[in-house]
Design a protein around this ligand. Sequence first.
Ligand SMILES: *Cc1c(COP(=O)(O)O)cnc(C)c1O
Length: 381
Amino acid sequence: MTLVSRDPILLTPGPLTTSLATKTAMLRDWGSWDAAFNAVTAGVRRKALDVVHGEGTHVVVPMQGSGTFSVEAAVNTLVPRDGHVLVLVNGAYGLRMAKLAQMMGRKATTFVTAEDAPTTPADVDRLLAGDASITHVGLIHCETSTGILNPLKGIADVVARHGRRLIVDAMSSYGALPIDAREVAFDAVIAASGKCIEGPPGMGFVIARRSALEASAGNCSSLALDLHDQWVYMEKTTQWRYTPPTHVVVAFDAALDQFLDEGGQPARHARYARNCRALIDGMAALGFRPFLDPAIQAPIIVTFHAPADPKYEFKAFYAAVRERGFILYPGKLTQVETFRVGCIGAIGPEEMQQAVHAIADALADLGIAEIAPRAPVARVA
Ligand SMILES: *Cc1c(COP(=O)(O)O)cnc(C)c1O
């Protein structure tokens, strides 16, 4: 992989570094009523459905806005007003789903595990057996606040066995980790343009079970985020209900084509796994330790313990690494000081190695010598 421009490389999990082909796809203007644009929308919907093998059972409904807009649209549309959502939480995005469900007037309860502990199917089994009022389970597939992977298939099986419905925030996993609608029962998988498909940010989409969406008319308390209405209108007219982010849709379509050319989800996963390996190995040689156990680490984003050196301060470290061409991501944990490095985007292991060199150089420049945590780092219980 070669550098496509002199812009800094984004090691952030969306927005991320896009390819030149994706960027140049944005250099045209499109009419939202025009058949040529509506054909692009139809192509995006079909290709996005194919990624999870949802033909026949599910439909893709795109939604304007960042990923959270689509999570809110899915919850507010698919959960009846008197429904009860159990949200499985081990980070900030789980908390966000619970908060928005509550704000939309739904009953929402949370099951919170530590940020380094996946929710288990046994947990979900016990919780559902103990509360018949729970209608929906909300799961974050890869919790981007740490990079932890939750067991989607095992949890989906338990939810289905109890006859409840599953809503999956797969924002940072869709396209990179396998999700197969033929084997995993879900009412909604939610993702966005600017993550592992490597498009620009600006639209999300919900892969909804057709029967659940059909039954959801009138549930939504929001006009703009009514997924049922967006779907019905799009099916009838081929158009978006309100102004679409035209350039984003066209660039996302170009990114989907490149994703397919690369070999689809298995190839995307393989490249990100190589990126993640190159990053963790390089950082280990500098003395850095990842926060998560390798067994539960998704190859999407890696959380590292901050250097033990008292001279370390994230802002100065960030600025020094940025000067060298790489944009890092702050940590999101309350208990321990960390920072994060994304493995996703139109980049390969070479860029990850260059990022490690930039980090080493920045540390030397800042006089930070003590990297490894002083005391053994206790896992948060
Ligand atoms: C990126 C992301 C979102 C959406 O965040 P936005 O800032 O609204 O795009 C939601 N959930 C997860 C797990 C994410 O990684």
